[in-house]
Design a protein around this ligand. Sequence first.
Ligand code: UFG
Length: 335
Amino acid sequence: MGKILVTGGAGYIGSHTVVELLNKGEEVVIIDNFSNSKKEVLDNIKKITNKDFKFYEINYLDRDAVEKVFEENDIDSVINFAGYKAVGESVQKPLEYYENNIGGAVILLETMKKYNVKKFVFSSSATVYGNPEKVPITEESKIGGTTNPYGTTKLYIEQILQDLYKSDNTWDICILRYFNPVGAHESGLIGEDPKGIPNNLMPYITKVAAGILPELSIFGNDYNTKDGTGVRDYIHVVDLAKGHLLALDKLNKEDNGIFIYNLGTGKGYSVLEMVETFKKVNNVDVPYKIAPRREGDIAECYADPSKAKNELGFEATKNLEDMCRDGWNYQKKQL
Ligand code: UFG
């Protein structure tokens, strides 16, 4: 079988997926332009796996450079992690987000078409469900009503993939809607390392625990949830990474199609539960204050994970303690 092209393979979810692919003995080609990642990640992937891969430092908007990758390698399938992902920034810079995320995906798909590579796994997000009518969220739930351009890029790319499949049903596409990926590889060598002040809960907590930031602001304690704080479906990034291998198995085995799966644990935890678990498991303090709600946030979001379980055999194995322990282990190694 040919190689697997991983765009954004130096990023948070991409790097963990590359580790799992290499551990399984797959041949991997990574493209990344380090827009939100570091070169050391590539060395650390090699340290963890003791395996090598081909790497190109290119921007996926550079069509000629992307074509060269397909020219030089026998690519069999593509996993597209590349993309901007900061919700707040996307509100400030919508055109950059639409150009990069959608433009990049279109160039990638056009190049795949040119080289007759038709297996594609796309990193989508639970954000496409907008404000869900009910939880847990199934894949049949209504999509749309995204509250920021980042989320809208995911929604539009999903639509582009549907249109593409309609035009040519020899494509084989898997859309994975991630819930809230957290934690890190247990080696502590790769993890989530956002540039600047983190937007997401877990990296913010680890930076407060490390004393880099003074305190966590909990955005609202008056939601209609178990303790008033927001509830999310946190999933360990290594579990999530393994979901991509199962998605590829599906594309390699079955008849062609376009498939959509939620990747979550099915369990919802509140912000306060997350903070308390982090403190207990790691025996560190995380000072916090209650702050106003953050615009665009929803009260509750968690997956019905049964479709991925039934059709892919996917099941998250790591619990909230594992996520907190591994997230902190990674942060400590960055100090
Ligand atoms: N939160 C805080 N304080 C913080 C950061 C977050 O209280 O400093 C709270 C939020 O209000 C929310 C929860 O922690 O209740 C989780 O917030 P995150 O920012 O970690 O995650 P979101 O659920 O807002 O967004 C995430 C991803 C998006 C993705 C979305 C899908 O960041 O990329 O899940 O639902 F689109």
